[in-house]
Structure formats: C-alpha cells, structure tokens
Design a protein around this ligand. Structure first.
Ligand code: ZN
Length: 267
C-alpha cells in the first residue's frame, strides 16, 4: 500500500515538474546566441525569413533553436542530415508557431524523415472480397498521425526558394501536424470554444464547396480533395500570398489569422 502510494506520488510530482522542467530547458535554448552559420543558411535558403518584421525574425530564431534540439531528423536513401537540412526545415515549420510566445512545438511529432528526392509510397487499399490493391505513388511530402513528417529535400528547397508562389511543402505537412493536434487530420484544428468551432467549420466547408465548383488560380485544386487537404493548402497560401487570400477569401483568411494568431498580410 505504501509502495503504491509512493508510485502515485512520484507520478504526480513528475506530471507537475516535467512541463516546468521542459519550459526551463526551452527558455535556455531560446536564450542562446543564434549561430552565424545558421543565419547564413536562412539568408541563402529561406528568403521568407527576411520578409518578417524584425521582432518575428528574432522569435523565429529562438523557436528554431528549440525545434532543432527536440526533433530528431532521419536521413533516408542516403540523404545526409546537416545543419542546412535541419535549419531550413525548422525555420519553415516554426513559421506556423510564430503567433505563440511559448508554443508546444508539435507535441505529437516524434521524427522528421528526409529523402533526397520524391519518394515512393506503397499503399495497400482493400477492395473487398479479400482483394487488396497496391498503389505506388511518388510523394513530395507526407504527414502521418503516428508522429512522422516525411519530406523530399528537393521539394523543401523548391518550396522555400520562392516565398510568394503559394506552394510550400513544409508549411503543408506541418499544417497537417497542427490539424492532428486534436487527434485526427480532418481539417478541424483545435479551437477554444464551440462557437469558434462552428464558425470555422461553416467558413471552411463553404470555401471548399466553392473550390470544388470553381477552380481557383490561388488555391491549388489539390485542396479540393477533402477538408484536411483544403486546410493544408490554404495554410500555404496564407503564409505565401496573404494579401491575395485576404482579397479572394476574406473569411478563410480571418479564420487562419485567428488560428495562427498572425497577420501575414501586414508583413
Ligand atoms: Zn496534404
């Protein structure tokens, strides 16, 4: 009985002290000077950073320092994991967190797999009657609910190189992670109350229906696949072509600004 009480007590102590300990470690990482070599990587590879207001640039660098330490990167098919790979991916992933002073850095994400090029995914689709169809698909990126993001380095570089074309595979895959914070990727990321959840669903469903009826130059047709893809695709546009999105779909822009707590159209 005493042993059980001790275990319970230790569990309670761990639950209370761990977040505090984690936050202290993160504060230490954020306070470290940002390496000059990393600054050069950002200048060369992630032009979106230079377009941010100065204070947001400073915060982004703090978040990158935490992200790079906390998230394991794994190179696949011979892809080397260098600071260039880590910092280029972390910078774009952390753009989505910029509205939060103390974000939780994608708590469900356990690892980032990086392939040199588009990777092939083998999928098995049950067709019924014991028949399974095998599909092979070349992918630029993928986000799994089991805590993995998979990226093609070629696509990461291409997405970052033009910060204003509305296409960015890192923003796309990490938007799926934001969505999955509630457990499933369904285009319904966490909102603080029922009224906001209802408004989000109404705005996004209406915009998705509109895209299905009428193709848009701004929002990629892939976004019409389902609500989860719609959310990931409009997140790319929100960060890369914010003024255009605010003009063409102001309600969608407003919902995303509320979720990310950011106003990229002012940058
Ligand atoms: Zn997607």
């Amino acid at each position: 009985m005493l042993a059980l009480a001790t275990v319970v007590l230790l569990g309670v102590v761990a639950a209370v002290t761990k977040p505090r300990w984690t936050e202290r470690r993160r504060a230490r990482l954020r306070a470290e000077p940002f390496p000059a070599a990393w600054r050069r990587i950002l200048r060369r590879r992630v032009p979106a950073v230079a377009r941010l207001p100065g204070e947001l640039q400073r915060q982004l660098k703090c978040h990158i320092q935490v992200f790079v330490v906390e998230k394991p990167f794994i190179g696949c098919q011979g892809q080397a994991i260098t600071d260039e790979v880590r910092v280029t991916i972390a910078a774009q992933a952390c753009l989505l967190l910029l509205g939060h002073a103390r974000p939780d850095y994608y708590p469900r994400l356990r690892q980032i797999l990086v392939y040199p090029d588009a990777f092939v995914v083998q999928r098995e689709r049950p067709l019924g009657g014991g028949v399974v169809q095998e599909q092979r698909q070349a992918m630029a990126g993928e986000s799994w609910t089991r805590g993995q993001v998979i990226l093609s380095w070629t696509e990461v570089l291409a997405g970052a190189a033009d910060p204003a074309d509305g296409r960015n595979v890192v923003l796309h895959e990490f938007a799926h992670q934001v969505d999955q914070d509630t457990g499933v990727a369904d285009g319904r990321p966490w909102r603080p109350n029922a009224a906001l959840r209802r408004r989000w669903a109404a705005v996004m469903d209406a915009a998705l229906a509109r895209l299905r009826e009428q193709p848009s130059d701004l929002i990629d047709a892939y976004g019409a696949s389902d609500p989860a893809e719609f959310f990931a695709v409009v997140t790319e546009v929100f960060f890369e072509r914010p003024q255009a999105l605010a003009g063409e779909a102001p309600a969608v822009y407003r919902e995303l600004a509320g979720l990310y707590r950011l106003h990229p159209s002012d940058w």
